[in-house]
Design a protein around this ligand. Sequence first.
Ligand SMILES: Cc1ncc(COP(=O)(O)O)c(C=O)c1O
Length: 362
Amino acid sequence: MKEYHPPLGDREGLRLDFNENTQGCSPRVLERLRGLNGEALAKYPVREKGEVVVAAHLGVSTDELLLTNGTDEAIHLVCETYLQPDHEAIVVVPTFAMFEIYAAATGARVISIPAGQDFAFPTPSVLDAINERTRLIAVANPNNPTGTFVPLSDLMDMARAAPNAAVLVDEAYFEFSGETIAPGWREAPNLFVSRTFSKAYGMAGLRIGVLMGDRDQMGMVRRASSPYNLNSVALACLPDALADRDYVQKYVADTIEGRAQLEHELHKFGTTETTELHGGSTEELRFWPSRANFVLTHLGENCKSFVANMRERGILVRDRSADYGCKDCVRITVGAREHNDRLLSALREVFTELEVREKVAR
Ligand SMILES: Cc1ncc(COP(=O)(O)O)c(C=O)c1O
């Protein structure tokens, strides 16, 4: 069975390698943290209070939602609730590794379907793969590491085509795409949507995720969860994180602008058009337009040197070569304005060093 070991070793520098928020959480959250006392920590956490606040924020009822220890736990709980060894779980690769890991941990068979050209989601192949053993279809939307987006109507089609399967739509990057399938479970009760406070909200270290779905289904999932899965510190900070809307909105706007700038810069050196399947078969610089807070770029033979030379400049980016179809691809996170500026000037320097030339100069 696959294990996931995040390469978190030495992460000194500008963190553009894990799609985290580059500037950190709202100052209001930090103020709350400083105000916590021993009494607050001595008590067991009351998750339900946090659920009332988050449900109001998301416009759903409290029985349609469960707070989880990050999205990771949401995925884990959905797998534990719906999968058994004689079942099948469908994932489209490349995608977020935890789908496969948690699904396989239940003993279920994982059916990996390769993405189409330019990592397009192969909806017809997924529909074809559905059978009576299918109990989970997990989709990250936008997807990690590609940044691609599945049309919401395709997700609804899959949910309707597999009424006995949980269809989990992981919207960890929702704030950057601005498009959601929630509350689609009111039409298709087998649909679940997860969100996280790890990305736009800058709270990955506090581990807060949300799983939403049909009331009855959520009742089943809740049974599998620990009552104290969220700690008191995370719960104390949640209302402040949600209340500081301006902070998150500004961060998201800066990120979307930075993503456009990065894509514009990459466009000078490469292309988004393809004649080959994915990027691995050509040495050309390629990138895939993204709906998330990162851009996947194919750098060919320059991949390893690019990562190393950026690190020399104190900027961490992630080599995704090990992912299906991503050979020689690097994923670059964008974030706060000053960090995007640093990224772009380092990227230009490294491209010059590696003799990656602008298209017009070729
Ligand atoms: C698609 C996707 N889902 C979930 C996560 C993890 O989220 P969390 O920190 O809430 O567990 C990530 C993190 O990279 C991700 O890319």
